[in-house]
Design a protein around this ligand. Structure first.
Ligand code: WT7
Length: 643
């Protein structure tokens, strides 16, 4: 059943090959992506490579008619040749705790065993399983175990609040939750199970909670609902036949914020996502057999899904999972881990680079970093200063940097250099991958031709990793991504095509802010703020932040007006922050709160965010047209009270 990896379409190794591949994928996508899928294990080959309608319906299909299981391609396929090769290396939060290594065979056995545990607990194909776990191998195992039996995993980053978990459990209709007693984050130990317990008070449909004992914490187990992970796996079979799934059966749901309403469940399916994860991983990082790949993202985000787990395993590579944070026990931790495990391809976020740049350089200089071959960046635009620091001090000027632009909705990397193959220029994501047809649109939807131009970034044709739907509400996906500009997928980003045709991503053009590479809708944070009993109205905007990229600036009208005393102000602010932490999680805490008596509104009652954004950015003189304001005095008050 297993095929040698060499049978895969050759990796793109030169600029000429890139151009040829790009041309072929554009002119004959069926042939190109058909060939790319040949090397995988299929139970039944597909009938059509591409199908459905890309836009405005947003009903793309890939490899329809095919039957497969992604875990057979991540695991079984490698056993003959790579059974004893390391699949996962786990580096714990505390450097003095022993790390763990899992070969492909061991991972295969653990996945099969846990798949049997899921079955024993009544989980069936199509069921939704919510995972709220620390960044550990057991999370990877649980994801793959779901995939093995055709259950749909929805991982929620273990920093979200009980309310956020409950929203996601309910939206996904999850009936089983997998979690842990607690987790380590740097010097802190954080309860996890008690957060889940609180969430599940409003989720009566969850009938089973499987709890991993990670910290040996006293944990309340609810009779009849909660069971221990280690007890469940005891004596269970380590083989489990993989369910033959349809190419378009859902693989996972991952919640992400948009400009309106609650986070939506982005759905990716079996076959297209598999081909895209594998293809982009191997080509962007130019993966070789002996690479040790480290993507520092948590598995709770799409970057973790595609480049900690699925991409590396599909390619038969070794992937490092890190439980900790970049600054614990000190700002040298990343560099220590790179030396310790001889990491070759390193993939992190600009916010991490900027925070480590601020620490004394000694933290870097104590390590050799000589194993590194390729450096990657993801999540937000990387500023030139951070790019050069990364290049000089981490890559020692000899590692190509791939600045990878993509989104939860795109499944994998879309615009990026291929390491040492296509151009890597500071502050440019670069050229699109084969199969990706990016265009710049003017406000009226017309394509902007030529170089040295700026516009809304949109994608003109379907690619295998495209979002298939938003869970339970296809209309929302259609409206958000495919209807705004019929014929295109709308990214929500603004971009510039430079004089050489390389793309530079400017940032979001919608009401989404990107805080340390995490996406939040301004409306989502406002909804959370408005839950506070003292808050009458709020408006949230992003502003430039040295480390986080963007910070959260909240303008708030309090019930009793602007507080008269400093003590009162502090009390309000603390209470407001507490509300956001409870509604969303610590990651959405406003960086600045300004209590105001009014918000700048037009006569029709619309908040003029443009003005609020300018003030938050520190612009005080050039506020643009304010003549349509209902009450211009509000602006003077806001300017006077600016944080
Ligand atoms: C948004 C997607 C999947 C990547 C992790 C975040 C921004 C992402 C870059 C980059 C400039 C970037 C965009 C995008 N973004 N990568 N290399 N350069 N901006 O995934 O949470 O779905 O956010 O992140 O604004 O729309 P996400």
């Amino acid at each position: 059943m297993s095929k040698p990896l060499e049978a895969k379409p050759a990796r793109i190794r030169t600029l000429e090959e890139y151009h040829a591949a790009y041309r072929q994928a554009t002119e004959d996508p069926d042939a190109y992506w058909g060939a790319a899928a040949e090397a995988f294990t299929w139970r039944k080959k597909w009938d059509t490579v591409r199908g459905g309608e890309f836009s405005p319906a947003g009903t793309s299909t890939w490899y329809a008619g095919g039957l497969l299981n992604i875990t057979e391609n991540c695991l079984d396929r490698h056993l003959a040749q790579r059974g004893n090769k390391l699949a996962l290396i786990y580096e714990p939060n505390d450097p003095h705790t022993r790390h763990l290594r899992l070969t492909y065979r061991e991972l295969y056995q653990q996945v099969c065993q846990f798949a049997n545990v899921l079955k024993n607990n009544g989980v069936q194909k199509g069921d939704r399983v919510l995972l709220y776990l620390p960044m550990m191998p057991q999370l990877a195992v649980a994801m793959l175990a779901c995939a093995r039996i055709g259950a749909i995993h929805s991982v929620v980053f273990a920093g979200f609040s009980a309310t956020a978990i409950a929203d996601r459990v309910q939206d996904a209709g999850a009936t089983v939750v997998i979690t842990a007693d607690g987790l380590n984050r740097g010097p802190k130990q954080i309860p996890v199970k008690s957060v889940v317990d609180e969430a599940l008070l409003s989720c009566p449909d969850v009938r089973r909670v499987i709890v991993l004992n990670h910290l040996d914490w006293p944990t309340h187990m609810r009779e009849g609902r909660d069971v221990w992970y280690h007890e469940e796996v005891e004596g269970v079979e380590k083989t489990c036949p993989a369910e033959a799934l349809a190419a378009e059966d859902p693989l996972f749901i991952l919640y992400t914020s948009g400009s309106t309403g609650k986070p939506k469940g982005v759905v990716h399916t079996q076959a297209g996502y598999m081909v895209w994860a594998d293809y982009t991983f191997r080509n962007v990082f130019q993966i070789e057999e002996n690479d040790v790949h480290w993507c520092t993202a948590d598995l709770g985000w799409v970057t973790g899904h595609t480049y900690c787990l699925y991409g590396p395993l599909l390619a038969g590579a070794t992937s490092l999972l890190f439980e900790g944070v970049p600054t614990y026990p000190d700002a040298g931790r990343f560099w220590e881990v790179i030396d310790k495990h001889q990491v070759t391809t390193f993939y992190t976020a600009p916010t991490a680079i900027r925070s480590l740049m601020a620490a004394p350089l000694d933290h870097v200089l104590s390590y050799s970093l000589s194993s590194l071959r390729v450096l990657g960046s993801v999540g937000e635009p990387i500023n030139e200063e951070a790019w050069h620091w990364y290049d000089l001090h981490i890559g020692k000027g000899r590692c190509p940097i791939v600045d990878t632009w993509w989104q939860t909705e795109t499944g994998g990397i879309m615009i990026s250099a291929l390491a040492d193959v296509t151009p890597s220029v500071p502050a440019r994501a670069g050229l699109p991958l084969p199969g990706v047809l990016p265009v710049l649109l003017a406000q009226d939807g017309t394509e902007i031709e030529g170089n040295d131009q700026e516009g809304y970034l949109a994608i003109k044709a379907s690619w295998p990793g495209v979002i298939r739907t938003t869970w339970g509400d296809h209309e929302r996906a259609r409206q958000t991504y495919f209807a705004p500009y019929p014929g295109y997928y709308f990214t929500g980003d603004g971009a510039r095509r430079d004089e050489n045709g390389l793309f530079r991503i400017i940032g979001r053009v919608d009401d989404v802010i990107n805080v340390s590479g995490h996406r939040f809708g301004t409306a989502e944070i406002e909804n959370a703020l408005n839950q506070n009993e003292h808050v009458v109205e709020s408006a949230v905007v992003g502003y430039p932040h040295d480390v986080k990229g963007q910070g959260i600036y909240a303008y708030i009208i309090c019930q009793h007006g602007v507080p008269a005393t400093e003590a009162e102000r502090k009390m309000f602010e603390a209470s407001i922050i507490e509300t956001v932490v409870a509604e969303i999680g610590k990651i959405a805490k406003p960086d600045k709160i300004q209590l105001v008596s009014g918000l700048p509104k037009t006569r029709s009652g619309k908040i003029m965010r443009r003005i609020l954004r300018k003030v938050a950015e520190g612009e005080t003189t050039n506020l643009g047209d304010v003549t349509t304001l209902l009450d211009p005095a509000v602006v003077d008050e806001i300017l006077a009270g600016k944080k």
